[in-house]
Design a protein around this ligand. Structure first.
Ligand SMILES: Cc1cc2nc3c(=O)[nH]c(=O)nc-3n(C[C@H](O)[C@H](O)[C@H](O)COP(=O)(O)O)c2cc1C
Length: 191
């Protein structure tokens, strides 16, 4: 993120974390990120964007947006939220993280998802991360389970094919490092 965006933030920044989740994995990632940011002395407010897009509330110094991929697309409510708040996001220190199976073993595809997101929204976040998602087979209904088996078979990365159990591909250390990096950058130019 540019020093220009950072110089007015004091020791304690107020970060907003708007995110979109369908099966809950992105929400778990947000919890870890928010804890790291709070541990570094900042405030972090997580907001599940699951409806018509709203205006980013005033009073925040920094924003981390998170969204998961389904059928090759990021959560549409998050896309709309970013489109609506594009100008504000461009003015604040920002980061984006994308959650997908592709991030585990098919990084090229995961990067393409993010390129598409940036193209669709016109937003260029300062920091971007790709996190592996989860195959929560025991939560899926019959049709979704079979669809996910097909997706898992076709994707690189040796994804699990035993649909009677769950697989979590999120690398929690990478999530923590991403959040630490963001939090430290908020503090790095504090007076
Ligand atoms: C119906 C369905 C479709 C999915 N489609 C894709 C996909 O096209 N590409 C991909 O990389 N991951 C895909 N995934 C994997 C999700 O990104 C992964 O399960 C993630 O953890 C979901 O995050 P969430 O629980 O926060 O929504 C799909 C998952 C489901 C259930």
């Amino acid at each position: 993120m540019s020093p220009r965006k950072l110089k007015e933030i004091g020791n304690t920044a107020r970060a907003l974390i708007p995110y979109g989740t369908t099966e809950g994995q992105t929400a778990k990632i947000v919890d870890v990120i928010a804890d790291v940011i709070r541990d570094r002395g900042h405030t972090a407010d997580a907001v599940d964007i699951n409806g018509p897009s709203s205006t980013l509330p005033a009073g925040y110094d920094a924003v981390i947006v998170g969204a998961s991929i389904h059928m090759g697309k990021h959560d549409k409510h998050v896309v709309e939220f970013v489109q609506k708040n594009h100008d504000t996001l461009e003015q604040l220190p920002s980061a984006f993280f994308s959650v997908s199976l592709a991030a585990h073993g098919d990084t090229g595809q995961a990067e393409t998802y993010v390129d598409q997101f940036e193209e669709e929204t016109g937003w260029r976040p300062d920091q971007v991360a790709l996190f592996g998602g989860a195959l929560l087979c025991t939560d899926y209904g019959f049709i979704k389970r079979h669809m996910m088996k097909k997706i898992a078979q076709d994707k690189p990365g040796n994804l699990g094919l035993d649909m009677s159990r769950d697989y979590v591909y999120t690398q929690w250390d990478a999530v923590k490092r991403f959040a630490e990096h963001f939090a430290d950058r908020l503090k790095s130019t504090s007076p």
